[in-house]
Design a protein around this ligand. Structure first.
Ligand SMILES: Cc1ncc(COP(=O)(O)O)c(C=O)c1O
Length: 388
């Protein structure tokens, strides 16, 4: 596995590389894309082989998830996260975001509030507001010593005021890279129980941990919480399969699951893409050591960038992370507003990061860099950022 190898992604329909001008304007094609959270590495060789085999078969009639798919998923969660997943919990949907959107429709009424913790992944805002629900932000608190924390006192005041039926949790958290601890999650769920709030936990980043870190799913916390929680998962971020579109919602509560399955059926979402199923199965069955090598590379990338940034970007405050391949940087020392910051990134640094204000008001003055790339790209990004 040579993660230093450059693979040209131009002209592949890549959102990150081919559609950069849509977000950064005319002429942005020359910028180095550090936005969109997919990585620039080929997926594991075992997945490529499995896809080739399936393509060579040549028949692509209607498909279901075969038993091997479920066995591979259950085996992955057991060995990687010591989490017991029951097959009947698994509801597969084209992607995490579409599944979250369907659950927002199922679990809330138009006009009701859905709580997220800011800075929040932009698509959370989209699926809440475009479904005519109210997005209510509970900002995470942040200090240099303690890092990002949930502000449970403020959350309780929001629960009292807004009576939201639902909260969307992100764990590990995009963009900050925080992995919430069992204790933090227990305290959150206790509050949610008191105010009868359901928790939709987006755990798409669960496998992407830094050395020595552990991921705690809401499902690790035991049956006591099963009627309150849903975990959204996918092999897509872990193995670079985002365009293949399959995700899994783990729903232990039978009633909740039955109404979700009914909703999927109502939309005709009960047939699956044979290539997505094949790829995910192979990834879980055979991708473990590939992922270990990737995690080492990503950790080196992060260490490399943080060390250089500390030495030569005096304005940058890097937020320590426990997971994801995202780097969340406080740029407020530059004294620029968000438009000026975007302009400086493009015109001076020559890079296209995710702008912090796309993660809501608490992201203002920050940028998010994607470290899931060959080291050469990071060298180029650093060189650009030094010019600021
Ligand atoms: C927290 C989070 N959820 C979901 C997604 C996307 O999920 P999908 O492509 O399965 O819709 C992303 C992608 O960046 C993400 O960061």
């Amino acid at each position: 596995m040579d993660f230093n190898q450059i693979v040209d992604r131009h002209n592949t329909g890549s959102v990150k590389w081919d559609f950069i001008a849509r977000h950064f304007g005319e002429g942005a094609e020359t910028l180095l894309p550090m936005w969109v959270s997919d990585f620039d590495f080929p997926c594991p060789p075992a997945v490529q082989t499995a896809l080739h085999q399936r393509i060579e078969h040549g028949v692509f009639g209607y498909s279901e998830r075969h038993q091997r798919y479920f066995d591979a998923l259950i085996g992955w969660f057991a060995s990687r996260h010591q989490l017991t997943v029951k097959q009947e919990w698994v509801c597969s949907v084209e992607g995490v975001v579409p599944g979250l959107s369907l659950l927002v429709q199922q679990l809330t009424q138009p006009g009701e509030s859905v709580v997220v913790q800011g800075p929040y992944y932009g698509s959370f805002a989209k699926i809440v507001t475009l479904n005519d629900r109210r997005l209510v932000e509970n900002p995470l608190s942040e200090t240099a010593d303690a890092g990002y924390r949930m502000d449970l006192a403020h959350l309780e005041s929001l629960f009292r005021r807004e009576c939201p039926p639902l909260m969307i949790l992100c764990n590990p958290h995009n963009p900050t890279g925080r992995c919430w601890s069992a204790e933090e999650l227990e305290r959150l769920l206790t509050l949610c129980e008191k105010y009868n709030v359901r928790v939709l936990s987006d755990e798409i980043w669960a496998d992407l941990l830094l050395p020595g870190e552990r991921f705690t799913s809401v499902l690790h916390l035991g049956e006591r919480w099963h009627s309150r929680v849903i975990a959204a998962t996918s092999a897509s971020k872990t193995f670079g399969l985002s365009s293949l579109r399959i995700s899994n919602f783990l729903i232990p509560d039978p009633k909740l699951r039955a109404s979700f399955t009914r909703r999927l059926d109502a939309h005709g979402l009960d047939v699956f893409n044979a290539l997505s199923v094949q790829a995910a199965t192979a990834a879980w069955q055979e991708g473990g050591s590939w992922l270990d090598a990737l995690l080492d590379y990503l950790a080196d990338n992060r260490r490399w960038f943080e060390t250089r940034a500390a030495a030569c970007l005096p304005w940058a405050r890097i937020i320590p992370a426990q997971g994801t391949y995202l780097l969340w940087i406080d740029c407020r020392k530059l004294g620029l507003d968000d438009e000026q910051l975007k302009g400086a990134m493009a015109d001076i640094a020559g890079i296209a990061p995710s702008m912090g204000n796309s993660f809501g008001p608490t992201g203002s003055g920050f940028i998010r860099l994607n470290l899931g790339c060959p080291r050469t790209y990071l060298e180029k990004a650093l060189e650009g950022l030094r010019r600021l």
